[in-house]
Design a protein around this ligand. Structure first.
Ligand code: FES
Ligand code: MG
Length: 571
């Protein structure tokens, strides 16, 4: 067995090893420092990240497993991001969280790490960090909430907030009843129970090979999550012994498997930027085009909100992720291994579907093609994405005049103006919402429709934006347009009245203006003014260095890995 990394702090009898040991004794026996495996539990539990608040309990089960395997467990609270609370958008802080976690893992005397996440940005940030340190690492996804019911029917987190608030506007639900539904919607600990970003990234962490097989999707309050957490602690010690690192687990094959799974589960478009960012840390060659090439033809098999009917609790009951993956087993890379050292596909043997309403068969999918389409054109030279399965069939090919908004404030100020010149054929364009623009690439691309069109019964319109969209939303929304307006993309040059052409079959997004004329046009002054470059702090570092959506919106100085090297002495 090679000497432990932590031994570089603890071994020996000199003054420095004394200092490192003495402060860590806290009642531990002397043999805790005799070359044992020291495992950090990177814990995103926080009262301000309610979706992850239960992870302290999960951490105790992980610690018990680590101790059982002869290791030393070290709780390491790390930067946490609560999707519903953090402003202007949790995405602005994803790279900062990843950076701070990476640095603390490297700076400390640890040999491996168990990563505890749940809410949208937490698992991506943890995986980015682990990839850049490349110490043995394994994720325990915190799991979804239990299904809450209100007036006898299930409520889906996020998705049903919009529905209920519309009912209040329509007068069919009182404000008091609306308020009473709050605790019904968030019935238990855990993350959102729709197929939003948290559910998607928890499941994809497993498809990438980074969890104990079978754990992803286990509801947060379920005893089986604690059992899996305990087993993960045991596994983490074994992974250090076998030197099984993120770079050996997350290969190009693993990412292509994740793209297949993303389509089959009907996952969030946010997974595109997160998977690209994680791959960028590992140096794995992965492009936005891979999502179209590997995922576009994959059928939708899981009937969950927002696109379908059920919730995460139902998916788990119906057989869970393995039952879904077994249906698309032939599309998965059989060589891609997991943290167990065995291929992902080996763990699918014996997976059964217990409810065919929730998990469809390959022969009877919900939709034949569920993946993400990547569009190019003079409006998106570096690409834009759309989920055709979430779009209205009559809008898949569309030509209509642009109604342009320079910022989210501009949109809110004018959208419901009865004098706004807009019809169902118009294309709503919102710019200034990319990584640099907002800053942080918020989830605003699924713009609300103008009130007067809603009143006419219009339920979907083509929308084009350089931002992201909540995993709990859907519609004919072209998002992640790159380059974004604030980075000088052509989106900044579009004017109200310009004809926009969307052609999903041919993967095109264009403004119907000759290229020379578009090139000669100056960007809209309002669009330029709406982007106020931050003067200091993280926002400045972020806007100065952030890449575009098509490469994962990571900061340029964070790409790649620095490995687990041990720095010089601290005293
Ligand atoms: Fe945390 Fe939805 S708000 S997962
Ligand atoms: Mg979100």
């Amino acid at each position: 067995m090679p000497p432990r990394r932590s031994a570089q702090w603890y071994a020996g009898d000199d003054r420095n090893s004394y200092i490192h040991r003495a402060w860590m004794r806290r009642g531990l026996p002397a043999d805790a420092f005799d070359g044992r495996t020291h495992i950090a539990i990177a814990n995103t539990a926080s009262d301000l990240t309610p979706c992850n608040a239960h992870l302290d309990e999960v951490s105790r089960s992980v610690a018990a497993g680590i101790h059982q395997a002869g290791g030393i467990a070290l709780n390491l609270p790390v930067m946490s991001l609560g999707e519903t609370q953090v402003r202007p958008t949790a995405m602005l802080w994803r790279n900062l969280a990843a950076m701070s976690i990476e640095e603390m893992l490297r700076a400390n005397p640890i040999d491996g790490v168990v990563l505890l996440g749940g809410c949208d940005k937490t698992i991506p940030a943890l995986l980015m960090a682990a990839a850049s340190v490349d110490l043995p690492a394994v994720v325990v996804p915190g799991g979804p909430m239990l299904t809450g019911t209100f007036r006898g029917v299930p409520l889906g987190c996020g998705t049903d907030v919009w529905k209920l608030s519309e009912e209040v506007r329509a007068g069919t639900l009182s404000a008091a009843e609306f308020q009473r539904s709050e605790s019904s919607m968030i019935r238990s600990r855990g993350h959102c129970n729709t197929m939003g970003t948290a559910s998607t990234m928890g499941l994809l962490a497993e498809v990438l090979g980074m969890t104990l097989p079978g754990v992803a999707g286990t509801p947060a309050p379920d005893s089986r999550l604690l059992e899996a957490a305990h087993a993960t602690g045991v596994l983490a010690v074994e992974m250090v012994e076998k030197d099984r690192r993120p770079s050996t687990v997350m290969t190009r094959g693993s990412f292509l498997n994740a793209i297949v799974a993303l389509a089959a589960i009907g996952g969030s478009t946010n997974a595109v930027v997160h998977l690209l960012a994680i791959a960028g840390r590992l140096g794995v060659e992965l492009t936005q085009d891979d999502f179209d090439a590997a995922g576009a033809e994959v059928p939708l098999l899981v009937d969950l909100l927002p696109a379908g009917r059920f919730l995460m609790d139902d998916l788990y009951r119906a057989g869970g992720l393995h039952a879904v993956l077994a249906e698309v087993r032939d599309l998965l890379d059989p060589a891609a291994i997991t943290v167990t050292g065995r291929p992902l596909v080996d763990h699918l043997d014996g997976a059964l579907v217990y409810d065919r309403e929730v998990i469809r068969s390959r022969a009877e999918p919900l939709l034949p093609h569920a993946g993400i389409a990547v569009l190019y054109g003079n409006l998106a030279p570096d690409g834009a994405v759309i989920k055709p399965a979430a779009a209205s069939p009559h809008l898949l090919r569309h030509r209509g005049p642009a109604v342009v908004f320079d910022s989210i404030e501009d949109l809110h100020a004018r959208l419901d103006d009865p004098d706004l010149e807009v019809t169902a054929d118009s294309v709503l364009v919102l710019r200034g919402c990319g990584p640099k623009g907002y800053p942080g690439m918020p989830e605003v691309s699924n713009m609300p429709l103008p009130a007067k069109l809603l009143a006419q019964g219009v339920r979907d319109m083509v929308r084009v934006c350089d931002g992201r969209m909540s995993g709990t939303a859907y519609g004919t929304v072209v998002l992640h347009v790159a380059p974004e307006a604030a980075a000088g993309g052509p989106l900044a040059k579009v004017r109200t009245g310009d004809m926009i052409i969307l052609d999903i079959a041919n993967r095109r997004l264009d403004v119907d203006i000759p290229d020379a004329e578009l090139a000669a046009r100056a960007p809209s002054e309002q669009a330029v003014q709406a982007f106020a470059a931050p003067r200091r702090g993280w926002e400045r570092l972020y806007t100065d260095t952030v890449g575009q959506a098509n490469t994962g919106a990571d900061c340029d100085f964070l790409l790649g890995s620095s490995g687990p090297h041990v720095s010089r002495e601290s005293h």
